[in-house]
Design a protein around this ligand. Structure first.
Ligand code: C2O
Ligand code: CU
Length: 455
């Protein structure tokens, strides 16, 4: 079973990389896992933290000895981590130093429409834009990424992705592992040619891809024999990760939108693109010198070398944080995700994305149930659904309530072929137009995206 991560991408006109030979595989666990640096605010103005981010063409070393041209926030293949605080707004000034337009979406963020990085709100080359993030939502592992119309899959693939963590004082008394023991881990894949370039070609979905962890291939992280809080994100455009950590317990504490009511022990974690889980792993159970390996069904992902003893005053309480009450739904909407073999497009309710069309009008403050169906049984294509603006709850999958690991706040939900997932959201906070789409970005950029307007 080493092939489950890829899935057939129906024909697509991939640009470039056609006949490129692939770089030789690197032995796993030869490179150290980097932790993206935390970006310091440039200024604090009237309680708002101001951050400056430049979007650039740059190069990096993904495979040892090969130079890879990439795109980067502040010139980093994995962008700097923004650590915001709940209740303290942030203003992120983004300067576009690339040759083409870009925009930035705060994935999972509850932000005004004008700051949401709508596909039609681009920053021209040489231009800049200020994104206003109120940070009124609960503590959560969010991420920021490019959302350029028709180009999002490739731009994110080439490096326009970074973490945005919302710290929340309401979590402080829980005393979960913090500081250097609280680590964001971005998982994604890449197809690296033998000249070092990144091949972006959705038609080559079956080629052997290198698994990158915070931008490095199957690295190793030296850990102390104590508890860690690990925030896992799948930033791939197409791959599903199914993760296990043989020899240690993975205790899930959070979903996309923040803490669960109680910890959930997991033996396997499945992450479709853009989903996040947070886990606590207690390495005290391991003697110093032990190596544990986080495995995907495709092979090893990341090694943890237990390198030293350490004090640990963190805790993993039995109760974490109650979820906000579910509202009372007033509308039920159907959302069908389908591949159209005739036009080789991906559609929502039979239509490809049109930024000038509003697909759903939603009164501010109302609560809706969305019944999301994946009709692609013949092709066996998994989709997922991401809604901007809201954190929703998964009500059921084919009538069965979700497992406890999926029962928290979510902004992206897996929809396997032939299944129906019902989610419920309350659309409050801001009016305006927001998109929703499949986060297999290769599907989104050729049509599987639509738009709601909160009025
Ligand atoms: Cu992660 Cu519309 O985005
Ligand atoms: Cu899809």
């Amino acid at each position: 079973g080493r092939t489950t991560a890829g899935q057939a991408a129906p024909h697509h006109h991939g640009a470039g990389g056609g006949g490129a030979g692939l770089a030789a595989a690197v032995d796993p666990f030869t490179v150290a896992m980097p932790v993206p640096p935390v970006l310091r605010p440039t200024a604090v103005v009237g309680g708002t933290e101001v951050y400056d981010v430049a979007v650039r063409h740059t190069t990096t070393e993904i495979l040892p000895g090969l130079t890879t041209p990439v795109l980067g926030y502040n010139g980093r293949f994995v962008g700097p981590t923004i650590r915001a605080r709940r209740g303290r707004p942030a203003l992120v000034r983004v300067r576009n130093e690339m040759h083409y337009a870009t925009n930035v979406h705060l994935h999972g963020g509850v932000v005004p429409a004008s700051s949401d990085g709508h596909p039609s709100d681009a920053i021209a080359p040489g231009g800049w834009r200020a994104y206003h993030y109120p940070n009124r939502q609960r503590g959560a592992t969010l991420w920021y990424h490019d959302h350029s119309h028709h180009m999002e899959a490739e731009r994110v693939y080439r490096g326009l992705h970074g973490f945005y963590l919302v710290d929340d004082d309401a979590e402080r008394d829980l005393r979960l592992p913090s500081g250097r023991y609280d680590i964001p881990i971005m998982l994604r894949d890449a197809l690296v040619a033998d000249d070092g370039t990144l091949v972006f070609d959705p038609a080559r979905w079956a080629d052997r891809r290198t698994i990158l962890v915070n931008g490095k291939p199957q690295p190793v992280l030296r850990v102390a024999a104590r508890r860690y809080r690990l925030r896992l994100l799948n930033a791939s455009a197409h791959r599903i990760f199914r993760l296990a950590l043989p020899g240690a317990d993975m205790v899930q504490i959070a979903t996309d939108g923040g803490l669960l009511p109680a910890p959930v022990p997991r033996t396997e974690l499945s992450l479709t693109p853009a989903e996040r889980v947070e886990i606590v792993v207690d390495f005290r159970q391991q003697p110093v010198g032990t190596r544990l390996v986080l495995e995907d069904t495709s092979g090893p992902v990341l090694a943890f070398d237990v390198a030293a003893e350490a004090d640990d005053d963190s805790r993993l309480p039995d109760q974490l944080r109650a979820l906000p009450p579910l509202g009372t739904p007033t509308t039920v909407r159907d959302v069908a995700l389908s591949f159209n073999p005739g036009s080789t497009t991906f559609t929502i309710n039979g239509q490809v994305f049109d930024a000038s069309r509003v697909d759903a009008r939603i009164p501010l403050g109302s609560t809706e149930i969305w019944r999301v169906t994946n009709t692609d049984t013949a092709f066996g294509i998994t989709h997922n659904l991401h809604l901007h603006l809201v954190q929703f709850r998964v009500l059921d999958r084919d009538g069965v309530p979700p497992g406890p690991g999926e029962a928290g706040l979510k902004d992206t939900v897996a929809v396997p072929p032939g299944s129906t997932v019902r989610v419920q959201a309350t659309f409050s906070g801001f009016t305006g137009r927001y998109v929703y789409h499949c986060h297999f970005l290769e599907h989104a950029q050729i049509g599987m995206m639509a738009q709601f307007e909160v009025v």
